[in-house]
Write a protein that binds this ligand. Structure first.
Ligand SMILES: Cc1ncc(COP(=O)(O)O)c(C=O)c1O
Length: 475
């Protein structure tokens, strides 16, 4: 216990400036020290969960604790109680080690705590977010008039796309929901797409059966023929196709659906065209790699997560659309208690959320200090590290079954190895690295993705060694 007198009651909630400064400094020290240990230590949790639960039970919220002690306890238990995505040997699902400016942004947002529901309450934050969104939209090739907003993540951005597509397809949708359509609304994603689409269809009221999981072409990209055929088949039985989704960077394998062809199919069929570039979209930052997103600008809307390859803190996604008016049609609402109701401007009438945190500052500040060139370097470095890992594993008899231009490998171990699941479980058990299992084109694989901006070739050597040991063959 600290020797200080514990502030109690409301003083504990709202301490004086000196106390805040003291605790700020203490917390910064705890965090810096913990981060140093996390980077060098095991990637996987080491906590004794039984002991932790016993300690947790002692928080009965009757007896106040000193903040110093509570903070030390929280930081300590997190240090041993999570998978460390900030460890450079985390090669996992696209959760990044966050940029430092994004962490600063969180701190600023926490202190001012601005309410971004309206431009009246937060004129500066609303403009800063809009500025960052416009910059990303233009960098992706969208027209000057394109707009959008920050979301909690890719799932919310994709949900927004579906609501826009439904709203444009049928004026009655706003009032009547799915009942307004002459037949069941359907939309099209590949069977390698992110399956939040099922939840999204469920939430929107059109039901999970509205999602058509279109076959891929054997390389993890949507089959355009199968896409056209699925749309025709639905129309033939009276269903109402409303949207085509191209995934630009599939979750498992980083494959990019043929963006131009998907756009042509959507346009020919009169459907909303959405590009889900939740993690791949950040390649627009790189002059070397931005061509991978060619034709994405033809989409009606696009998802890019700032909290994936742009490496902001979670959750921070982006929804971008060329059709600014649709957002107002989809999300307009009129109230007397809100300070303003500015069409096309107030976030609560142009997006899913109402009360809104200042999420966009994380990307704004990161872009401000790194610029597109800094981000481009970050993206290119990840791709180069993936290629370095690929070489190391190929030379040891592993196979890479996906041919992604992004920073992810779907791996098949050399013949005679234990199965993928047991290799991954042994790697995680060792704590030396974090990789995952996945399925690519029906084949079980080990997935390794470069998500950390400071993973080095030495880290990759350790990952390779952990993989080799896990298959019973030391490097
Ligand atoms: C392609 C794709 N779309 C959507 C999502 C969902 O994004 P989020 O987890 O930010 O909601 C993901 C997440 O991995 C993704 O990879």
């Amino acid at each position: 216990m600290s020797g200080r007198q514990t502030p109690v009651g409301t003083t504990a909630l709202f301490p004086d400036p000196e106390e805040r400064a003291r605790v700020d400094a203490l917390l910064s020290r705890h965090l810096r020290d913990a981060h140093g240990r996390v980077v060098a230590g095991p990637v996987t949790p080491t906590i004794d969960i039984g002991r932790f639960k016993a300690e947790l039970a002692e928080f009965d919220f009757q007896q106040p604790r000193a903040l110093d002690d509570a903070l030390a306890w929280v930081v300590g238990t997190l240090e041993s109680g999570v998978v460390h995505i900030t460890n450079p040997r985390y090669l996992g699902l696209f959760n990044p080690a966050p940029t430092f400016p994004a962490q600063c942004a969180d701190r600023i947002a926490a202190v001012f705590n601005p309410q971004l529901a309206t431009s009246t309450t937060s004129p500066v934050p609303v403009e800063m977010e809009a500025h960052a969104i416009r910059a990303v939209a233009r960098r992706a090739g969208f027209p000057e008039t394109a707009t959008g907003h920050f979301t909690t993540g890719g799932a919310e951005a994709n949900y927004t796309a579906l609501i826009c597509a439904l709203t444009r397809a049928c004026p009655g949708f706003a009032m009547e929901g799915a009942r307004a359509f002459s037949g069941a609304p359907t939309f099209y994603v590949s069977n390698e797409a992110h399956l939040a689409w099922l939840k999204i269809a469920h939430q929107s009221g059109i039901g999970r059966s509205a999602v058509r999981l279109v076959a891929t072409d054997g390389t993890g990209r949507i089959s355009v023929n199968a896409l056209s055929a699925a749309i025709e088949a639905d129309r033939a039985v009276g269903n109402v196709p409303i949207m085509v989704v191209a995934t630009a960077g599939t979750t498992n394998a980083g494959m990019i659906d043929p963006l131009a062809e998907c756009g042509e199919v959507a346009r020919a069929a009169g459907l909303w065209y959405h590009a889900d570039a939740a993690w791949g979209g950040a390649v627009v930052a790189s002059d070397r790699l931005r061509g991978l997103m060619a034709n994405v600008e033809a989409a009606d809307s696009m998802t890019i997560d700032a909290h994936k390859w742009f490496a902001t803190t979670m959750g921070c996604g982006m929804f971008i659309t060329r059709d600014a008016a649709i957002l107002s049609s989809a999300f307009q609402v009129s109230t007397t208690y809100m300070p303003s109701n500015l069409r096309d401007l107030d976030p609560y009438v142009t997006s899913v959320q109402w009360s809104r945190r200042f999420l966009g500052l994380r990307l704004f500040l990161s872009l401000a200090v790194a610029g597109w060139s800094g981000y481009g370097e970050h993206i290119e470095r990840s791709v180069d590290m993936a290629s370095c890992l690929k070489d190391k594993l190929l030379s040891r008899g592993w196979n890479v079954v996906n041919n992604s231009p992004l920073a992810v490998l779907c791996l098949s171990p050399p013949p005679g190895s234990p199965n993928e699941r047991s290799i991954v479980s042994r790697v995680l058990g060792s704590g030396r690295a974090w990789v995952s299992t996945a399925t690519f084109e029906g084949q079980p694989v080990i997935r390794a993705c470069i998500t950390h901006g400071q993973t080095t070739p030495d880290d990759l050597d350790e990952v390779v060694d952990a993989l080799q040991n896990a298959r019973g063959n030391g490097a």
